[in-house]
Ligand binder design. Sequence first.
Ligand SMILES: Cc1cc2nc3c(=O)[nH]c(=O)nc-3n(C[C@H](O)[C@H](O)[C@H](O)COP(=O)(O)OP(=O)(O)OC[C@H]3O[C@@H](n4cnc5c(N)ncnc54)[C@H](O)[C@@H]3O)c2cc1C
Ligand code: FES
Length: 278
Amino acid sequence: MGNAYIPFKARIALILQETSSDVDIKTFRIKPADKDKRMDFMPGQFFEFSVPGVGEAPFGFASSPYEKDFFEVSIKKTGLVTEVIHNLKPGDTVWIRGPLGNSFPVEKMEGSNILVVAGGLGLAPLRPLILYMLEPANRSKYKNISMLLAARSSGDFIYMRDISEWSRRDDTEVILTIDRPEEGWKGKVGFPHNLLGEMQIDISDTYAITCGPPIMIKFVSGKLVEMGIPKSKIYTTLEMRMTCGVGKCGKCNIGHKYVCVDGPVFSMEELSGMPQEY
Ligand SMILES: Cc1cc2nc3c(=O)[nH]c(=O)nc-3n(C[C@H](O)[C@H](O)[C@H](O)COP(=O)(O)OP(=O)(O)OC[C@H]3O[C@@H](n4cnc5c(N)ncnc54)[C@H](O)[C@@H]3O)c2cc1C
Ligand code: FES
């Protein structure tokens, strides 16, 4: 096994501007420099993006795990490392460590209905899961796939190209909602937890996966539990501050769990037994 601290070399192949609001989110398509290197990750896993001389930061994979020649990541400009990444251009060299962490329990979820509730950039780590389930070889393993996708405004949605495609399919239910009314907006208005009652969910047989701002996760998971979905069937992914990403430095612990190796994916049942430090 290789040294988990040594990154591999890769190149930026494509950059897409996702948002048209004051929140700046870009998607980067990244290809390993070594043509023989395959990107093997599962939905929910993350990697460390190293920027020599500046630092490293963890980001979730955002593309289909079936793409083996490249992977994508969607990054919000928030500080030092992300600002440098946002200034990269196609062809630039980057350094990657990973895949790291655990993944969504895709096998355990087989045979059930799936409800995805995402807010803003929270859709990024859930996109590999959605694309995995919609992959022709996997689609029949899951029953109804419903998505409740929220954003502050219409300009804050990421992956509108995917959302249009998912909405056109007859085997998915997709509802979009924004926080406040906007002229010309045809979707819903309001916070996602208030709209869950409108979704066609068979509570007796549903796995729910939610990701977004912590306050959204709190209200959505609370509502789902109130509706009758067991905590063991509600999953989220955490974004604690991290350093090593491999369970050595102790920077990301919550109680006796390390988010980088025991997570970042946790069920609400697991989280309810952990200190509220996230
Ligand atoms: C498993 C995992 C997956 C992630 N996936 C993504 C992703 O797909 N896309 C994405 O844009 N971001 C993601 N993040 C968050 C990302 O790692 C941080 O935004 C990044 O580290 C910021 O680095 P920076 O140097 O630009 O900001 P800094 O200069 O370090 O900080 C800028 C500001 O952001 C705050 N901040 C930084 N990191 C965090 C954090 N983890 N939680 C809360 N506040 C923070 C700081 O307190 C500060 O106010 C993920 C984090 C984890 C742990
Ligand atoms: S980041 Fe070092 S132990 Fe998790």
